[in-house]
Design a protein around this ligand. Structure first.
Ligand SMILES: [Fe+2]
Length: 377
């Protein structure tokens, strides 16, 4: 989480009261040793009326993905609120990656029991409502919702999200951050562009809480509305950052994905390919080199612009380039790129450090000719 935030009316000291007694809830990571926030409620946050447990039906295939793949997410239609419109595409023990075309708002708030959510808004805008307040989101925002925060998406029309759910925390790369936790001057991201919730809520009712625990949903009816905060402070909170608010680094010759990094985590990293001028050496080859990235699975989500190195890729496509095969520009694209001065592409890349498997059902979305796309015609 980025920086210390204080919102609303708080007692002068932790776990004390001034005039009124509020119910203090500490939301804390890394066993009370990591980033935390303290929320002040009007009502006890643990009271509930009844609960039930339901199965969550999301299973992975047996085998790891071993060939380059192209997923046509455009075939997935919008079908509900965030929780139930999620379509997991692939993952492993540490993370799940998918898309969600949210076109409804549930009458509940959701909480991840064991996952942090990083969502990229491919299309659409709306309101992210959480128990810590609300923020407006826009096309091309990254939205980070840490484990344990209650939330829901309230889209205007339809919102198309590409997301990763991660058991491990998702942070800005350590090399971007100074000793006091501030993003450095040379970082592509500035603290100034991070948008945090304001203490305001929608008029929509909250009838229940749904906790996604990975294998099952625990649903309960709270005895009072959880949106009863008078304030909170700390460094653990949801936030948004627009991808286009990053200032990309450019080089004299082609630079590899780590220079485009936005987020870091234990089992993956996230980079953003932004509109930018190409390399400025007089004999630079602007397109990427052919590469064998032998320790990672490379995931690319194509959001907008012209994706120069790939044929047959559309907005919303996802490619997976696996570690066990070399990949690079499609035939003809390498020489074709020489002399190009600018790219308008916007794409999100994940380098995933452990092997991945498709979720059941993803095979129906695959472009069956993708491996053949490197064959000379
Ligand atoms: Fe690559």
């Amino acid at each position: 989480m980025p920086f210390y935030v204080k919102i609303g009316n708080l007692p002068k000291y932790r776990h004390t009261f001034d005039k009124d007694v509020y119910f203090e809830e500490v939301i804390s990571s890394e066993s009370f040793d990591g980033p935390y926030s303290i929320l002040y409620h009007n009502k006890e946050p643990t009271n509930f009326l009844e609960y039930e447990i339901r199965n969550k039906d999301a299973k992975m295939e047996e085998k790891y993905i071993s060939q380059h793949s192209h997923i046509l997410t455009q075939k997935i239609k919008g079908n509900g609120d965030f929780a139930y419109s999620r379509k997991y595409l692939f993952g492993n023990d540490y993370l799940s990656i998918g898309i969600s075309r949210v076109n409804k708002t549930g009458d509940y708030l959701m909480r991840f029991g064991n996952r942090h959510l990083l969502a990229f808004v491919h299309q659409g805008d709306g309101l992210l409502e959480t128990n810590m307040g609300s923020l407006n989101y826009f096309e091309h925002d990254y939205i980070l919702i840490p484990k344990g925060v209650l939330f829901r998406f309230i889209p205007k029309g339809e919102t198309f999200l590409f997301f990763v759910e991660s058991g491990d925390s998702i942070n800005f790369p350590q090399r971007y951050v100074n000793g006091l936790g501030q993003l450095k001057l040379q970082s592509p991201i500035s603290d100034r562009n991070i948008r945090i919730p304001e203490l305001r809520y929608s008029d929509l009712p909250v009838k229940k809480i749904i906790v996604d625990s990975g294998n099952e949903y625990l649903e309960y009816i709270p005895s009072s509305d959880p949106r009863d905060l008078v304030g909170w402070d700390g460094t653990y909170y949801p936030f948004a950052l627009n991808a286009l608010d990053q200032m990309p680094w450019v080089g004299k010759i082609h630079l590899p994905p780590p220079v485009h990094q936005t987020f870091d985590s234990k089992h993956f990293m996230v980079a953003t390919f932004l509109p930018r001028p190409f390399d400025f050496h007089e004999r630079a080859i602007p397109i990427s080199f052919y590469h064998s990235n032998v320790d990672v699975e490379e995931i690319l989500f194509y959001s907008s612009g012209n994706f120069m190195s790939r044929k047959g890729i559309k907005k919303g496509s996802i490619t997976i380039h696996v570690r066990n095969l070399t990949h690079g520009p499609h035939p003809g694209k390498y020489k074709e790129s020489i002399g190009k001065e600018w790219t308008d592409e916007l794409a999100v890349m994940l380098e995933v450090y452990d092997r991945i498997k498709f979720y059941k059902g993803t095979d129906e979305l695959l472009d069956k000719n993708y491996m053949s796309s490197w064959r000379e015609e």
